[in-house]
Structures are given as structure tokens and as C-alpha cells.
Design a protein around this ligand. Structure first.
Ligand code: NVA
Length: 255
């Protein structure tokens, strides 16, 4: 990814997707993931085919299996953003081409890969850094936990009671040797952290819980007081969209 990023628009940059098509299937809203996937496929020489529920038969309840079968006959890979992980599994089961997870309610690995690429660009390495998560134990938190297991880094997560990350992700990452701490105190997570990540309190599909979540997450905002505890060269990450003044202060995200 670093090489392709560096080579963007330069003559001689390889186009490994030449003559190939990638279906980008979205059952949930997307801005950055859709833009970056569509542009990436085009710049790598391929054809991006964007499909949303609203503009396709998926919106009328056509089974994922049938969508997977017809896509597999035409395209060379599928990216899929959906709510339930069982829908992603069905796409995988009935596709004969690779399927990439572009977010489910469970995880968002593409975002964390991109975040890690940013951390490496800014700090020069991933190893030996302290990572913090402040906020909801949601799909993003789960993917940070998975990354901590795969790369063996230290990750401290501050989540309010009742909003802890998925037990299964914690167990699997610990079994791989991740150093994980789940705390209620954002300060404990942020202290000396090299990377502080956060996300909205109410994710897509949880909009009706917004008021209750605002109460539960009181005191969890990533603001200047919290970042002052971190390593002087810390990086703040937010997968966006952001609610300034809720999970992150405007002067932190814009600063
Ligand atoms: N946790 C957020 C991530 C959005 C990119 C959501 O699922 O809505």
C-alpha cells in the first residue's frame, strides 16, 4: 500500500487489477471506505462496480447467496459492508471469488489497517508503541483488539460499563499474546499512549440509543486534557464520521 500510495499518478506504477472488476457492495452507508475503495480499484487499473441495497435487488430481499453467485461469475473480488456478520459469512460461503470485509457490526479491519499505515508513516514504526482506545467497545474496538493479537502490541481500552468489547475478540487476542487492559478510566488508557483512537458513541443502526449512550459515555471525550497525558508525539485517530463535542473535542480533531 505504501508503494502504491507513493507511486500514485506516476508513470510505471503497476496496475495489477488491469482487466479485472471488483464489486463494492454496501448495505450500510459509507463515505471514506467507498471513496477509497472505488478510487483504489480504478487507479490499480480495475473496474469498480458499486452496488447498494437501494439500487439493487438486495433492497427487495433477494438472498445474499444469489447475489454472491451472480457476482462471482462476473467480478474478480467482492468487498462487502453489512450489519450482521452472518450476512458476510453467507457472501463468503456462496462466492467463488475473494470477499473482503468493508465493515460489519462486529469488525472494521480495513479501517484499522489504514490506521496502522498512518501510525507507521507518522511514527516510523508500529512495534513498541502503546495504543489506547477510548469509547464504545464496538466494531472498531474489536478490530483494534484483533490487530493487537496479530501484531502483539499493548492496547488499553477505556469503555463504560455495559459497553465493553466483544469477549471473544479479547479472548482470542490474549491467546495470541496481546497485552490488553480494559478499564473504565480514559486517563488510565491515555497515559503515555502513542496512539489514541476513538469513534462515535452510537454506531450505524444504534441511532435510537443515542440519548442513553450520551449519558453512559459522560466523561469519555478525547479532549486536550486527556491527550496531555499521552506521549508528546502521540497520534489521535478517528475513523469518522465524528461528533465534535461528544466523543472528541473539536480542537483535538481539527488540531
Ligand atoms: N462504529 C462506526 C464506524 C463507522 C466507520 C459504525 O459502525 O457506524
Amino acid at each position: 500500500a505504501d508503494r502504491f500510495k507513493e507511486g500514485r499518478g506516476k508513470p510505471g506504477t503497476p496496475a495489477p487489477l488491469a482487466g479485472r472488476s471488483v464489486a463494492l457492495v454496501f448495505e450500510k452507508a459509507s463515505t471514506r471506505t467507498r471513496i477509497s475503495l472505488e478510487i483504489a480499484v480504478a487507479e490499480l487499473g480495475g473496474h469498480p462496480l458499486v452496488l447498494t441495497s437501494a439500487g439493487s435487488q438486495m433492497g427487495r430481499g433477494e438472498p445474499i447467496a444469489d447475489t454472491a453467485r451472480v457476482l462471482s461469475r462476473m467480478v474478480h473480488a467482492i468487498t462487502f459492508r453489512t450489519a450482521g456478520v452472518e450476512r458476510l459469512s453467507e457472501m463468503v460461503q456462496y462466492s467463488s471469488v475473494p470477499v473482503l470485509n468493508a465493515l460489519t457490526d462486529d469488525s472494521h479491519p480495513m479501517q484499522v489497517l489504514a490506521d496502522l499505515q498512518t501510525v507507521r508513516r507518522v511514527r516510523g514504526r508500529l512495534e513498541g508503541l502503546k495504543y489506547a482506545w477510548v469509547g464504545d467497545g464496538n466494531n472498531m474496538a474489536n478490530s483494534w483488539i484483533e490487530a493487537a493479537g496479530l501484531l502483539g502490541f499493548e492496547l488499553r481500552l477505556a469503555c463504560p460499563a455495559g459497553y465493553d468489547p466483544d469477549e471473544r475478540y479479547l479472548r482470542e487476542a490474549k491467546a495470541r499474546g496481546a497485552r490488553l487492559l480494559v478499564t473504565r478510566d480514559p486517563k488510565e488508557a491515555a497515559k503515555d499512549a502513542d496512539v489514541i483512537s476513538t469513534d462515535v458513541f452510537a454506531s450505524m443502526g444504534q441511532e435510537q440509543e443515542q440519548a442513553a449512550r450520551l449519558r453512559a459515555f459522560a466523561g469519555m471525550m478525547v479532549d486536550n486534557k486527556l491527550t496531555a497525558l499521552a506521549h508528546p508525539e502521540h497520534v489521535v485517530l478517528h475513523c469518522l464520521p465524528a461528533h465534535r463535542g461528544e466523543e472528541i473535542a473539536a480542537d483535538v480533531i481539527d488540531g
